[in-house]
Design a protein around this ligand. Sequence first.
Ligand SMILES: [Zn+2]
Length: 71
Amino acid sequence: MRILVLIVIGLLLYIIIGNLFKKKTASKSQDELGKMVRCLHCDLHILEQEAIQSNGHYYCSQEHLEASEKK
Ligand SMILES: [Zn+2]
């Protein structure tokens, strides 16, 4: 009977820890999704994942990356 109780407690802990870990990763990815960066060329704000990164700067498009580098 004691073994059964231990198994139930172990399962509950596993579920609780699993849920906490899921929430942490979910909120982390949301923060990453919501991060906005500014195009160096036209000051347009875009999501970091959609921006083009070059030399530590962000650009909204390939055209602006090239236009800014030609300066
Ligand atoms: Zn731009």
